[in-house]
Every structure is written in structure tokens, then in C-alpha cells.
Design a protein around this ligand. Sequence first.
Ligand code: HXC
Length: 259
Amino acid sequence: MAYEFITTHTEGEKVGVITLNRPKQLNALSPQLMVELGQALKAFDADEAIGCMIITGNEKAFAAGADIGAMATYSFADVYRDDYITRDWETIRTIRKPVIAAVSGFALGGGCELAMMCDFIIAADNAKFGQPEIKLGIIPGAGGTQRLPRAVGKAKAMDLALTGRMMDATEAERAGLVSRVVPLDKLMEEALGAALMISGYGRMAVLAAKECVNRAYEGTLADGVMFERRMFHALFATADQKEGMDAFVNKRPAVFKHQ
Ligand code: HXC
């Protein structure tokens, strides 16, 4: 598939890497870029060899937001009637395999929201996160006002959404927005290491773990615990559970068949 605003490749035959590629615009997320991103994610999700995906940008920017130039003249009718954002930003929510955001440089506005739609964020030490939409006379529109408080709590989410200030990688890690911070030159190595590790596990356990953690993020504790318990029970019906436990008991590496 030929893309204009992203590139894709695989690593170790198991990891699908998607690189946002509008460097001159700091990877501003235009509608076409988001359509291409959705297509690439779906293609990797459908590829049996792939166990995990990474979305990344470049040293200067993961993405500096939705494309302000493209949005500047939109009317209410344009965005409401044509379902702006909903129509092409939410494909990522349908992706079942894990997606890691490897963030260096700016992750602002829609860029921060895209990173938060990934399953976890690994940040380079030069990463900067923020929801600066308030400065443009708008608010976050791709889940930022909802996912940010869940990730960092109300106080910091309010601070960021109302002042539009940026948060550096150290503050983002302290607040719980990112899972790891690494030196810039180690970012892809770290993300690939995690992605390859995930890809080596039994696929059904991986999908179940992602679904269950998302329940915690989106639903009530009682429903989430019940959902987890049933998924946990269900995994005892898989060959991978027999293999994983037999391998442990017999002190040998497990070879999962994703069955
Ligand atoms: C379109 C953008 C852009 C964006 C940067 N550029 N961000 N174009 N949309 N979001 C373009 C600039 O116009 C400029 O183009 C080039 O990228 C380089 O940017 P500079 O501003 O010259 O770089 P710098 O001085 O290093 O400043 C970096 C920056 C600044 C602090 C990140 O670019 C900035 O504030 N960008 C906007 C951030 C923002 O407000 N994001 C939220 C967008 S709204 P030229 O042609 O001049 O070289 C949003 C809504 C989400 O995301 C709602 C739902 C998704």
C-alpha cells in the first residue's frame, strides 16, 4: 500500500511500525493522514505474523496536533454533518493487538490525544505533551478531556487543558501519562524491545489483557473485575496456557502457537 503521509515497515517480522511523515508540518494530523493511519493499523491488525504495533514520529515531533490550516475555515455544518474526528480518528479504538506510542518531541493537541489512544506511551526525554487547543478558541476533540484526567488526574488535566501549557517527559512520567522515559537515541530500541516481547507471547492472552485493562479504563470496577475473571477462566481453554505452564514447570522456553 502506498501512503503519502505515513510510512510503514515491519521489524523482526512480528512488529508493525507506522511512522507519521509530514515533517515540515511537525506531523500535523490532516484528515488524509488519519485515514492512512487507520488503514495501516487495520492491515497490521489483520496480518497474522504481526503481534504488536508501534506508532512514532520524528525527533522533533510525534505530532503537533490536528492540522490547524485544514480546520481553520471549517463551519459547524462542515464538522457536524461530516462527523469530523469520529469518521477517521477512531479506527485505532477498533484495533485488537497492542499499539505502543513511541513519542519524541511535540505531542500536542490531537497528537497528545492520538498517543493516549495507543495502549501505552514510551517517551524520549525530549518529549513534550500538551492540550493547547484553548489558545485556538477550541477544546480537545479526540478524547483529550476524557483520557487525560483518567491518566493524570483532574488537577493536572484541568491545568493542561485550561492553560494550554506543555508538560515535559519527566512530569508526564511522574503523572502517569507515560510508562517509560528513555534517552532520545534509545527510543525506538526500547519500543521495539517491548513490542517484540509482547509479540512473543500467546496472542489470545495478549488480546485478553488489552481488553481487560481497557475495561478498567472505561467502565466500573465491579464490571471490570467480572470481565477479567471470565477472560481469565477462558484462557484455560487455550493451548497456549498449557504450553506456557508446561514450559515453566519443565524449565524450558515456551513456544506459543496463538491457539
Ligand atoms: C498545522 C502546524 C501545526 C499544526 C505546527 N505546524 N503545528 N501546521 N497544524 N497543528 C507547522 C507550522 O505552521 C510551521 O509551518 C511548521 O509546522 C513548523 O512549526 P513552527 O511553529 O515554525 O515550529 P516551532 O517554532 O518549533 O514551534 C513548534 C510548536 C508550534 C510549539 C509545536 O508549531 C505550535 O504551537 N503548533 C501548534 C500546536 C497546537 O496548537 N496544536 C493543537 C492543534 S488543535 P511553516 O509553513 O510556517 O513552516 C488540535 C485539535 C484537536 O489538535 C481536536 C481533535 C483532534
